[in-house]
Design a protein around this ligand. Structure first.
Ligand SMILES: C[S@@+](CC[C@H](N)C(=O)[O-])C[C@H]1O[C@@H](n2cnc3c(N)ncnc32)[C@H](O)[C@@H]1O
Length: 467
């Protein structure tokens, strides 16, 4: 959307107005002019100050953590990683109105008349930048709940194109209903999935769940192993699919109102090879034996993700406590995601050498999931995490606004969490460096020549670039 009308000539303005009048109005609209401009959204030059003291392993570092506003971090990454990221996972503030979303150093509360517009503007600016980082076969997964899902979906359509919508995943986040709920127990969240190109992106199969594997049995002790009976008929017309077969006991079967999937010749071949199951008594409708060894190693991802498979919120909280020693972890950091949830995403969307980006990283669950999956499949996936420092209660109570970057901020959790994970995975080739966003144009302290300060050099950052 153009917002530099001051520079337009009268003719240009008239043309713009006529164009606008002709344009059909459908899609998402939010109050862009009415809300205060976000301070982070500017054209200032961005650099990164690297902190060797907070790095582990040796340069060039494989993984990168950036502390600071993700608008700046994404602009920085556009210089180093445009088109190089295979998978983005984000878990942005849900805009609950309950001190989770900060806009211009203030919490946005439920009474704020522009709360949805502020959130949409905030997200729009960042998603636009994020899109440029994704590879042609890249994909983005966004966690969200009911507070904004109905606004986020049209926003995603706008940024990534409706045609590139892949799925809305339902994640069952709790293991028991909340009986104190006034209306419904809120048991799930969503993960919206969009590709850069729906035609190009393909998911990897996910491993079969225990329930799915348990459906394969070997009741006739077939030496080829476990199998599952599957229907041999289909609804679609098949010219060779109309015949009668005779079972081992002499009982005859037709395909009824449907069609056999195989020709008569193929049916007889399968039967000869003991690949048809007529039931223990030999009297049942014939079914095809599908062997576990014959089916693909995994299954196509489904949109319903149950906590038994990917974890629930309590799992996630426990996991955070395990990697962080911070007395206020639980209260400051209340919305982590379970590692298995992110691992499922990585399994679906990444290959062993891919780069994964999370620009609302929080406690660094994404780093943990990347390292875990690498350890499992011998991969070399790398991560880039971005997060601002967490605001803590004492900053909020007296009188907002407060500064997220101020002295009182809690330590950047991603550093603590992710570095612990990486340190424990040193054998897996883990190395990590951390940079702080720095705007030399506006930051008096570091104005000159912060570029080469403490190992920072714009042309050769000490981490492995995408490629
Ligand atoms: C919901 S939490 C993410 C939790 C994360 N998935 C985990 O498992 O720990 C959102 C995070 O984004 C951070 N954040 C919010 N606004 C940000 C911004 N403009 N730039 C960078 N980080 C931001 C918050 O500080 C918070 O840590």
């Amino acid at each position: 959307m153009a917002d530099n009308y001051d520079d337009y000539s009268r003719e240009e303005l008239l043309r713009e107005l006529r164009l606008r009048d002709r344009r059909p109005r459908f899609g998402l609209v939010w109050e862009r002019k009415e809300i205060e401009h976000e301070k982070a959204v500017n054209d200032d030059f961005v650099a990164l100050d690297f902190d060797p003291a907070l790095s582990c392993g040796v340069a060039p570092y494989r993984n990168l953590i950036i502390e600071g506003d993700n608008f700046d971090a994404l602009r920085y990454l556009r210089m180093t990683h445009a088109g190089k990221i295979k998978c983005i996972y984000i878990d942005p503030p849900y805009n609950t109105g309950n001190r989770d979303f900060i806009y211009n150093d203030r919490f946005v509360d439920k009474e704020d008349a522009y709360r949805h517009s502020k959130w949409l503007e905030f997200m729009y600016r960042r998603l636009q930048l994020a899109r440029d980082l994704l590879a042609e076969d890249g994909v983005i997964f966004v966690s969200i709940d009911d507070n904004e899902v109905f606004n986020l979906a049209p926003l995603m359509n706008q940024v990534f194109g409706e045609r590139n919508f892949i799925a809305t995943v339902i994640w069952q986040k709790v293991y028991s209903p909340k009986n104190t709920a006034m209306h419904f127990s809120d048991d799930h969240e969503y993960v919206l999935v969009y590709a850069i190109s729906r035609d190009v992106w393909r998911p990897n199969p996910v491993p079969r769940s225990e329930t799915q594997t348990n459906a394969y049995k070997n009741i006739d002790n077939d030496p080829r192993g476990h199998w599952k009976a599957s229907d041999m008929t289909a609804r679609n017309f098949y010219s060779k699919g109309l015949y009668e077969v005779t079972g081992p006991t002499g009982k005859k079967f037709t395909s009824g109102t449907r069609y056999w999937r195989q020709s008569y010749e193929s049916f007889l071949e399968l039967d000869k090879d003991n690949r048809i199951w007529w039931g223990a008594s030999g009297n049942n409708v014939p079914a095809l034996k599908r062997f576990l060894t014959d089916v693909k190693q995994g299954v196509v991802p489904q949109t319903l993700w149950k906590y038994e498979e990917v974890g629930h919120t309590q799992d996630a909280k426990k996991e955070v406590q395990e990697v962080m020693q911070f007395e206020d972890t639980a209260s400051v950091f209340s919305t982590p995601k379970p590692i298995r949830l992110i691992e499922r995403i990585l399994r679906i969307a990444t290959k062993p050498d891919d780069i994964i980006l999370d620009f609302f990283a929080g406690s660094g669950t994404t780093a943990h999931a990347v390292m875990k999956l690498n350890a499992e499949d011998g991969g070399n996936r790398r991560f880039i995490l971005v997060s601002s420092t967490e605001a803590i209660e004492e900053q909020i109570l007296p009188s907002p606004p407060f500064s997220k970057g101020g002295e009182k901020s809690a330590p950047l959790f991603t550093k603590e969490g992710a570095a612990n994970v990486v340190a424990n995975n040193e054998a897996n080739g883990g190395s990590i460096t951390k940079g702080k966003i720095n705007n030399p144009d506006t930051n008096e302290e570091t104005k000159t020549p912060s570029f080469t300060k403490e190992g920072v050099h714009s042309s050769s950052p000490p981490f492995e670039k995408g490629g």
